[in-house]
Design a protein around this ligand. Structure first.
Ligand SMILES: *[C@@H]1O[C@H](CO)[C@@H](O)[C@H](O)[C@H]1NC(C)=O
Ligand SMILES: *[C@@H]1O[C@H](CO)[C@@H](O)[C@H](O)[C@H]1NC(C)=O
Ligand SMILES: *[C@@H]1O[C@H](CO)[C@@H](O)[C@H](O)[C@H]1NC(C)=O
Ligand SMILES: *[C@@H]1O[C@H](CO)[C@@H](O)[C@H](O)[C@H]1NC(C)=O
Ligand SMILES: *[C@@H]1O[C@H](CO)[C@@H](O)[C@H](O)[C@H]1NC(C)=O
Ligand SMILES: *[C@@H]1O[C@H](CO)[C@@H](O)[C@H](O)[C@H]1NC(C)=O
Ligand SMILES: *[C@@H]1O[C@H](CO)[C@@H](O)[C@H](O)[C@H]1NC(C)=O
Length: 325
């Protein structure tokens, strides 16, 4: 697992979510005891989707629905309003729903107990609505692979418990708000890749202990070294994908975090040399700096020659590229 196989697709945070989630997704629910009120709502909701994958959980004590996951479904129009009446929902997940169109409906704002909210791979559109700011218990916001657009709202960073945000593969534009530096310290995953974001990456994002930060395939400019630099308190392998932007900074002075596992800086305008410290990274699995403006001798040793991709730079040389003259 050194090159193509460790792709962003394979390691997509949502896949990790599925693996790590306590929700047994894609499994039929066993008969469960829920309140008659919630049972009727579930039936209404189930009828509006054409799906085999309708999974829910009711709390053993309150008998209220706390989790609902619908996957591989078809629906015409919008999300059924009955979902807004499941007021004890903590986890709402819609994965791959054909013909789901229109904006995120306002009744989602009534689900004040939501900790996890997923709409993955549908055709919902419009902006991230302001009423999401009422979901103050939200820990995971997963809105990947939709047609959402508009700016990234500054209010997201006021949601006090967010630790995981996937907004990749949409049509978001404008710059990353400076307020994003105010997220809860526990923010560990931020995926904004495959959008139309522009401008500089706020310096303040450098204060986080990201486990994964994916900003690839946008139009971001300037410095990104604050995201790569060491913050010694991070545990576990770190993944960073900034490829396919217009980033422009001197890589020579960057000191990489010792737990760096995956770093894609390819297709940018990064210059300078590759720091020798890269040879000290024992977890390095993937290091792609191809299609930049780097120069000088590639450091030899550690996992650099196994994990590194260096082609199409200004004047890099040495293993695995041809020898320096
Ligand atoms: C490295 O990045 C380039 C440009 O993004 C890409 O085309 C190439 O497939 C990557 N190499 C590997 C081995 O993943
Ligand atoms: C949902 O509807 C399908 C098809 O009508 C049915 O087979 C399934 O048992 C229903 N599931 C629940 C949980 O009501
Ligand atoms: C979204 O809309 C496009 C274009 O109408 C269609 O090709 C695609 O299958 C739709 N996707 C989903 C998940 O409904
Ligand atoms: C999806 O919507 C399109 C256009 O409204 C319609 O023609 C098609 O039959 C729908 N597909 C399904 C599976 O309902
Ligand atoms: C930060 O998030 C964690 C995990 O969701 C939560 O336990 C903690 O209370 C949050 N911190 C604040 C200041 O809200
Ligand atoms: C490292 O992370 C901690 C915890 O989030 C933060 O308080 C600190 O400012 C960060 N350090 C640096 C040098 O950014
Ligand atoms: C890049 O940074 C290195 C280390 O700080 C420095 O020696 C070098 O002069 C810089 N390159 C340029 C072109 O400024």
């Amino acid at each position: 697992m050194t090159d193509q196989s460790v792709s962003v697709t394979v390691l997509h945070p949502l896949l990790l979510l599925l693996i790590s989630s306590s929700l047994p997704l894609l499994v039929f629910s066993d008969a469960q005891i829920c309140t008659p009120h919630d049972q009727r709502l579930l039936q209404t909701i189930n009828k509006s989707f054409d799906t085999q994958w309708f999974d829910y959980r009711c709390d053993p004590t309150t008998k209220r629905v706390t989790q609902l996951s619908i996957s591989q479904a078809t629906i015409s129009g919008g999300i059924p309003p009955a979902i807004g009446k499941l007021s004890s929902l903590e986890s709402l997940n819609l994965f791959v729903v054909n013909n789901l169109t229109g904006p995120i409906p306002s009744f989602i704002g009534k689900l004040r107990n939501l900790k996890q909210f997923t709409i993955y791979s549908t055709n919902i559109s419009g902006p991230i609505p302001a009423f999401l700011s009422r979901l103050t218990k939200l820990e995971g916001l997963h809105l990947s692979n939709n047609q959402l657009s508009g700016p990234l709202p500054a209010f997201l960073s006021d949601l006090p418990k967010l630790i995981w945000i996937n907004l990749d593969n949409n049509r978001f534009s404008g710059s990353i708000p400076h307020s994003f530096g105010k997220f809860n310290d526990s923010l560990t995953v931020l995926d904004l890749s495959y959008n139309q974001l522009s401008g500089k990456i706020p310096e303040s994002l450098g204060r986080f202990n990201f486990q994964m930060i994916y900003l690839s395939n946008n139009k971001l400019v300037g410095d990104a070294s604050m995201l790569i630099k060491a913050n010694e308190t991070v545990e576990g392998g770190i993944r960073i994908d900034l490829s396919g932007n217009l980033l422009n900074f001197n890589l020579s002075k960057v000191s990489f975090h010792r737990n760096l596992m995956y770093l894609d800086l390819s297709r940018n305008r990064i210059w300078g040399t590759i720091p020798n410290q890269i040879t000290e990274l024992s977890f390095l699995d993937y290091f792609n700096v191809s299609y930049n403006r780097l120069c000088g001798k590639i450091p030899f040793g550690g996992r650099v020659q196994i994990a590194g991709v260096f082609d199409h730079n200004q004047c890099l040389c040495g293993s695995p590229l041809p020898e320096c003259k």
